[in-house]
Ligand binder design. Structure first.
Ligand code: NAD
Length: 302
């Protein structure tokens, strides 16, 4: 194996420790801590485990954390009223609605009701627009793309003038990471191509990439021979390809695989993210960073 491993687990730890120090400093100077509400509707085990991780991380960092759990049959109006309550709550800087929501609720309507200045997930159309405008207009970049950019920058990969190829055009990964990487400024300034299901000759585009970001949700979509020798490969894909029983706990765990064949790609790439342990841990970390940023905007520190 020749590629260096970009560990999201390690980089996350570093960023969380930076956030923790900043929380302490702001608490001492302004008497305030970031406030995050996590809204969980219903009882899906997957959603609950994601929210639990977010709550634990926020509490560890010394945030004010409000855990709001609502039943599956909450009406859309009642949920919108709750969002409005948190929009008005001075102690709350970030509102996180765990998705998916039950079918009778219009997800877009709920996400669009969040005050864009508390939209720490970065999904509100105003924040999507801010991202497109770029520069100082960007307030809350969506968490997974922001995490990808941090991984690239903190592992010392040159982005200026680099050919970045993004596989996937979703609103939560593909489009926003493409927008971040084409910004004029440090950690970006790249030449960006987005490829998708309508693209001809996917392999030709991938072979050009100095930085290849793959977010398709298709296991082993990117073949090792499509990777330019020495390229930085960021594998966003999380695909459940089976199950195994943990010998330690006896629990059944999912076997996860990315969109890139990690073992073979590692022999060609210069650096690569593993799955799990690459992009995954960065998403929650960037949610915390956005919540801290929201408080800093409010206090006039940004
Ligand atoms: P999505 O299904 O919304 O979008 C996938 C995109 O990939 C689409 O735009 C589609 O055009 C493109 N695509 C799919 N198959 C393709 C093919 N054969 N050739 C070319 N393009 C193809 O998915 P998403 O929400 O963007 O997520 C993508 C993957 O990233 C999933 O595996 C998801 O689980 C994972 N993900 C991980 C994190 C994390 O925190 N690690 C966060 C978000 C998404």
């Amino acid at each position: 194996m020749s590629a260096s491993i970009i560990s999201g687990t390690e980089i996350s730890k570093t960023i969380l420790s930076e956030i923790s120090k900043e929380v302490e400093t702001i608490k001492a100077s302004h008497g305030k801590v970031p406030g995050l509400v996590t809204l969980l509707v219903g009882n899906s085990p997957a959603s609950r485990s994601y929210v639990t991780l977010k709550i634990k991380t926020a509490l560890k960092l010394g945030f004010h954390e409000v855990q709001d759990e609502q039943p599956d049959d909450i009406s859309e109006d009642a949920l919108l009223a709750l969002i409005e309550k948190y929009n008005q709550d001075d102690a709350i800087n970030g509102i996180l609605v765990q998705l998916p929501l039950p079918k009778h609720i219009d997800e877009d309507k709920v996400l669009n009701a969040i005050d864009p200045d508390k939209d720490v997930d970065g999904f509100h159309p105003i924040n999507a627009g801010r991202l497109l405008i770029g520069g100082n207009a960007i307030k809350f970049p969506p968490c997974t793309p922001a995490g990808i950019q941090e991984l690239i920058v903190r592992s010392g990969v040159e982005t200026k003038g680099a050919e970045v190829v993004v596989v996937g055009r979703s609103n939560i990964v593909g489009k926003p990471i493409a927008n971040l990487m084409l910004q004029k400024g440090p950690g970006a300034n790249s030449t960006v191509t987005i490829v998708h299901t309508g693209t001809k000759n996917l392999d030709t585009h991938c072979r050009r990439a100095d930085i290849l970001i793959v977010a398709a949700g298709v296991p082993d979509l990117v073949k090792p021979e499509w990777i330019k020798p020495g390229a930085c490969v960021i594998d966003v894909g999380v695909n459940r390809v089976g199950e195994r029983i943990s010998p330690k706990t006896g629990r059944t765990n999912a076997i996860l695989k990315g969109d890139v064949d990690f073992e073979k790609a590692s022999e060609i790439a210069g650096s690569i993210t593993p799955v799990p342990g690459g992009v995954g841990p960065m998403t929650i970390t960037m949610l915390m960073k956005n919540t801290l940023k929201s408080l800093k905007y409010k206090l006039g520190l940004l």
